[in-house]
Design a protein around this ligand. Structure first.
Ligand code: SAM
Length: 414
């Protein structure tokens, strides 16, 4: 692994000798694979042969081997999400600090790992706005959130300053900021090529702009979770200090266990509770997280999920990609049910007939191939399931069935 000399000089001094040696040693090890089950879809069926619980997150497990996830229909049905263990720490944070319904914003959400987790960890009656400004990435986020199927999620495609222009005020905001990606070096050698000190400084500047732009949208007393997947203190501790000193926040501790081997602050003379996951020390890729509370008392009203939904639906400044309530598409005179409807937790069992597919048939379906159906399947729109989990719709014409799975979601290269 050819690491940039400037990164080596800086990070070895930052980590200290022992951590640095363990970190370098871990480069030759294969990163562990972890998954988190969707609590509303997973029915304790045996999916993976060997699972070890990730102790800082509910419903999350390390797997002994990495299966071919792409070919598993249950992934596409939203039964689980493949998620790096470090990022699962958000579960521990949210469950510790949030025990009543909130309006939450995940500002930098694609591809959706933390948003899917956030929706699962937030109390019933909460509403999550899952947002991504990059168009291509926003479509991936949309796909992942629709597969998870929770109705109280709005997917939006906006920049932070757009929220600023609305009167939306959030109880919780997650800023999982775009960063220099040092924590991904082991998993994604491409991140090494893109790294430079200039890029670290660029990222730090952008992170502060994002934080400043979204800060007015957090209610006094509200919670800001700041995270990156990088190690340096410029994008981490120094930005947290900026939030405390310049924006007006107090930092909150998270209850952790010593055996998780999470590293604290690495900024000299600044001993605040922050949480750093370092490969080779913690069983994960790199992650940094800090929890902050905005100073002051809130005197306004808390916003209900139904109000937030209506507000976002009617607000021209917000580019809404999904309002959590998928509807059929009107094509000419016909109403065509959508895959999002089949995947939604709101899908009523008896609205359409169901047909259970085998593994091979499910894979063909997800590949958008034409299915040959056994006799007796009702004509018209039918939901196809694998292990009883809906995957999407077909339209059964009798002699053949049209595959209605979206082109841009289809599995390629089976
Ligand atoms: N939270 C995601 C997850 O857990 O799957 C990963 C987020 S990734 C670290 C950072 C995201 O921030 C990227 O998708 C990137 O497109 C987005 N981003 C880039 N510039 C941004 C900006 N100015 N404001 C908000 N998000 C931005």
């Amino acid at each position: 692994m050819n690491l940039p000399q400037e990164f080596i000089d800086y990070t070895s001094a930052l980590f200290g000798k022992e951590h640095w040696q363990n970190f370098i040693k871990a480069f030759n090890e294969t990163p562990a694979t972890s998954v988190r089950f969707n609590p509303w879809k997973y029915k304790q069926e045996q999916i993976f042969s060997s699972m070890k619980p990730v102790p800082w997150c509910q419903d999350a497990y390390w797997l002994k081997e990495r299966p071919n996830f792409t070919l598993d229909p249950l992934l596409h049905a939203g039964v689980y999400y493949v998620q790096e263990a470090g990022s699962l720490f958000l579960d521990c944070v949210l469950r510790q600090y949030i025990d009543s319904p909130v309006l939450a914003l995940d500002l930098c959400a694609a591809p959706g790992g933390k948003s899917t987790l956030m929706r699962a960890a937030l109390p019933h009656g909460s509403m999550l706005i899952s947002n991504e400004p990059d168009r291509r990435r926003a479509n991936i986020l949309l796909e992942n959130m629709l597969k998870q199927g929770h109705p109280d999620v709005l997917v939006t495609h906006n920049y932070p300053q757009d929220f600023h222009k609305t009167s939306l005020i959030f109880d919780v905001i997650l800023v999982d900021a775009p960063c220099s990606g040092e924590g991904l070096f082991r998993k994604d050698p491409g991140a090494i090529k893109e790294w430079s000190l200039a890029n670290v400084n660029f990222c730090r500047k952008r992170q502060r702009k994002i934080l400043e732009d979204i800060w007015p949208c957090l209610r006094p007393g509200g919670l800001l979770v700041y995270s990156t997947c990088t190690f340096n203190t410029k994008e981490n501790e120094e930005n947290v200090r900026f939030i405390i000193e310049e924006l007006g926040a107090e930092i909150l501790p998270v209850q952790i266990k010593q055996e998780w081997e999470i590293t604290g602050s690495l900024l000299k003379g600044w001993d605040f509770p922050v949480y750093r996951f370092i490969p080779g020390i913690t069983q994960s890729e790199g992650l940094f997280m800090a929890v902050l509370r905005k100073k002051g008392e809130y005197t306004g009203h808390s916003i209900s999920p139904s109000f937030a939904r209506r507000y976002v639906q009617g607000n021209k400044l917000i580019h809404l990609l999904s309002d959590g309530n998928p509807q059929p598409e009107q094509r000419g005179k016909e109403k065509i049910p959508t895959t999002a409807q089949a995947l939604s937790l709101n899908c009523t069992k008896d609205a359409y007939p169901y047909i259970e597919l085998t593994l091979e048939q499910s894979q063909s379906y997800l590949h958008r191939e034409t299915l040959s159906l056994p006799a007796g399947v009702p004509q018209g729109f039918v939901i196809v399931t694998y292990m009883k989990h809906p995957l999407g719709f077909i339209k059964n014409l009798g002699e053949r069935a049209n595959n209605l799975y979206p082109k841009n979601w289809a599995i390629r290269n089976l």
